[in-house]
Design a binder for this molecule. Structure first.
Ligand code: NI
Length: 176
């Protein structure tokens, strides 16, 4: 296992469509293990393969909605697709590839994703709140979409610190 370099918004890898994973082999497992280490080291909640320069449809998301006393755990999603979504949430979103910057993005409140695990086995997983936001954000990366291009607007540090962005008229449904 090793840390990989997270590319930032100048890197072309972030704006490309990623290809399907077809081999569930050692190389994929190493990539996922490295992504786990890299996410943990960066203290993030999600990471997509293109953020470490690999243009394949693989992401990891930290499930933080766990019962009290339990630890958050990483969900690995290979060739993921959203099959159901409901509700909405509006709030600040950030990205390890855009360090220190946050923008207001509307996302569904609940999202169900169908994906494969690292061995190719198909499964479905549901996420709510931050996890749903994270599923959407990471899946966008696989289409070459960075949140800055879909944010209503970016926030200033002051707005972030004071929470004054909540005064925006359409923020009834605030997440996080
Ligand atoms: Ni991101």
């Amino acid at each position: 296992m090793a840390l990989r370099k997270i590319v930032t918004s100048e890197d072309a890898s972030l704006y490309k469509h990623c290809r399907e994973v077809t081999k569930f082999d050692e190389r994929l497992h190493t990539l996922l293990d490295d992504m786990r280490d890299t996410l943990e080291s960066a203290d993030g909640v999600g990471l997509a393969a293109p953020q470490v320069g690999v243009l394949r449809r693989a992401v990891i998301v930290l499930e933080t909605n766990v019962p009290e006393g339990e630890h958050p755990y990483v969900i690995e999603l290979i060739n993921p697709e959203i099959v159901e979504k409901s509700g909405e949430q509006y709030g600040p979103e950030g990205c390890l590839s855009v360090p220190g910057r946050y923008g207001l993005v509307e996302r569904p409140m609940e999202v169900t994703v169908r994906a494969q695990d690292r061995y190719g086995k198909r499964f479905e997983v549901k996420g709510e709140g931050l996890t749903a936001r994270c599923f959407c954000h990471e899946l966008d990366h696989l289409e070459g979409v960075v949140f800055t291009s879909i944010a209503d607007r970016m926030l200033t540090n002051e707005e972030l610190e004071t929470g004054s962005w909540m005064d925006d008229e359409d923020t009834e449904d605030v997440a996080e």
